[in-house]
Each structure stands twice: as C-alpha cells, then as structure tokens.
Design a protein around this ligand. Structure first.
Ligand SMILES: [Zn+2]
Length: 56
C-alpha cells in the first residue's frame, strides 16, 4: 500500500478527508492532513463569522 501523500510504502493506510476528497495516507501524513484541515476549517468559520457580522 502506498501513501498518497508522501508515497511511502506502509502496511496500513488511513483514510482522511481533504476538502471533498478522501485520501488514503499513512498515519503520519494523516495527522498532518487532519491538523491542516482543522486549521483550514477554523479559518473558514472565522471568516464567515466576520463576513456575517459585517454584512448585518
Ligand atoms: Zn505518508
């Protein structure tokens, strides 16, 4: 099994959601992806809050 992020051969792959896609990556990459997705999600939420606040 090959990690779709770093391309390394690993025994087990973890499925992580990246935007609307699902990627199969090794556990190490899964952590990185999850973290960056969380940050992206938070940033988006904060932006929406700001826009909603400004809009009204
Ligand atoms: Zn990997």
């Amino acid at each position: 099994m090959e990690c779709q992020k770093c391309g390394e051969e690993v025994e087990e792959l973890v499925r992580v959601k990246v935007g609307k896609k699902t990627m199969k990556v090794c556990e190490q990459c899964a952590d990185v992806v999850r973290e960056s997705e969380e940050i992206a999600g938070e940033a988006e939420g904060a932006m929406k809050d700001m826009m909603g606040y400004k809009g009204r």
